[in-house]
Design a protein around this ligand. Structure first.
Ligand SMILES: Nc1ccn([C@@H]2O[C@H](COP(=O)(O)OP(=O)(O)OP(=O)(O)O)[C@@H](O)[C@H]2O)c(=O)n1
Ligand SMILES: [Mg+2]
Length: 405
């Protein structure tokens, strides 16, 4: 069976581990078994082993033997990790009196399959193989979802990742338990949510997770209209990419931040609070808030002055592509957005990438000024005058500043 070959080769070829190094009662469990059965391949491989005892010692011995890294992840529950460049091997002590009890405590049946490398047998006490064949995520029990409510959101992430359906009774149960997700550490929620935001495969399941009440605990002001805009982000990105002269491709994180900007509250303070609560980084929060703040001038594109364009580029800086994608998704005229993005990608464009004629010191020396906030204001006005073609050389710039004073 190809699954056995896949799993044996992961251990023997990818990690170059001799099977004899593993105890006979070690079982490979979780995603690796599931993915091998599905013939899914990953760049970075995480293998989870369950052993009845001595998990930390076993991990330590293997790490020592293969000169790999070693970390104790949980001394109480006896979980340790061996770190190879190509991936990690986790060894965990089985939870409960038997492997079967351990598997019964997990989230979904397809994640509760175990494989023994010595006997090359799959242990399937919960019907995981059948569900795998039907591409179905079925909970092991309602209690298991309650025990770790992150599993409620994991269902949508894994459905997106595996292109599975959530079995109807499981989905109804998730819906009824949705409020429990509030209890889960925000970092864990964020990491599941990010998967749903990073690529188009997540879209359908992002929407389902919202419809089933899982997102409104964190992003309270999502509306059907906002969700529809999110569903269109990849198409908007594709449209901009096709128009641009040079090869430009939006990165997954640019798509993700655009979608976040489309989903957060329209009230800026609330939007910021939502992102802080989800433990997004300062940089991510700044990006989202900036693109929202910079949008208003584009709503009246006929009156978009050079001054306004200058400030948009100045305030968005490196995150301008996210701004462009956000603006297009918000219904701003596509020609305007495409032309602004084209200018941004042109390093010689003076509005997007101004080359100042003056520096603060020049104003201080030539106009005999003292350092003060006025200097900054003058520099901005001179810069805008240069963009508007009113000044082109150093002396004109000085004279212009002098008149302003
Ligand atoms: N909240 C969780 C997290 C994990 N698990 C169990 O631990 C295994 C390993 O977890 P993890 O590596 O997080 O997920 P995978 O299913 O392996 O999926 P992937 O690594 O591809 O994301 C899962 O298969 C599942 O059996 C669980 O029951 N509940
Ligand atoms: Mg895994």
């Amino acid at each position: 069976m190809s699954c056995q070959k896949n799993l044996d080769s992961l251990v023997k070829e990818v990690f170059a581990i001799n099977q004899q190094e593993l105890p006979e009662n070690a079982y490979l469990v979780g995603g690796a078994v599931r993915d091998a059965l599905l013939n899914r391949q990953k760049d970075y491989i995480d293998l989870d082993f369950v052993v009845p005892e001595k998990a930390i010692e076993i991990a330590q011995t293997i790490a020592h033997h293969y000169k790999a890294g070693f970390v104790v992840l949980d001394a109480v529950r006896q979980i340790a990790r061996v770190v190879f460049p190509q991936g990690t091997l986790d060894f965990a002590q089985q939870e409960g009196e038997s492997l079967e009890i351990d598997l019964k405590r997990r989230d979904f049946t397809v994640n509760a399959l175990a494989y023994n490398l010595h006997t090359q047998e799959i242990f399937d006490p919960l019907g995981g193989l059948k569900d795998l064949g039907c591409q179905s995520l079925r909970m092991i029990s309602r209690e298991n979802l309650q025990d770790d409510p992150l599993r409620l959101l994991r269902a949508y992430r894994q459905a997106a990742q595996l292109d599975f359906e959530i079995e109807p009774h499981t989905r109804a149960t998730i819906r009824s338990l949705a409020p429990l997700l509030r209890r889960v550490a925000a970092e864990r929620v964020q990491s599941e949510l990010n998967y749903l935001l990073l690529n188009s495969r997540g879209n359908k399941w992002l929407k389902s997770a919202w419809e089933d009440g899982l997102l409104s605990l964190w992003l309270r002001r999502i509306t059907p209209a906002k969700m529809e805009r999110v569903m269109g982000v990849e198409a908007a990105a594709g449209f901009l990419e096709s128009l641009l002269p040079e090869k430009f491709i939006f990165s997954p994180s640019q798509l993700q931040l655009t979608k976040l900007a489309l989903l957060v509250s329209d009230i800026l303070a609330e939007a910021e609070k939502e992102l802080i609560d989800l433990k997004y980084s300062r940089g991510e929060i700044r990006t989202v808030i900036t693109v929202i703040k910079c949008l208003p001038p584009l709503k009246e594109p006929d009156n978009l002055s050079l001054r306004e364009q200058y400030f948009i580029y100045l305030n968005t800086g490196k995150v301008f592509p996210v701004f462009a994608l956000f603006a297009l998704s918000m219904g701003i005229n596509k020609n305007i957005v495409a032309s602004l993005l084209t200018s941004y990608l042109d390093p010689d464009n003076i509005i997007a990438h101004p080359r100042p004629l003056l520096r603060g010191d020049d104003l201080i020396n030539h106009l005999h000024l003292k350092p003060s906030p006025i200097i900054g204001k003058l520099l901005t006005e001179v810069q805008i005058a240069q963009i508007e073609g009113k000044v082109t050389v150093f002396q004109e710039a000085i004279d212009f500043a002098k008149k302003l004073l």
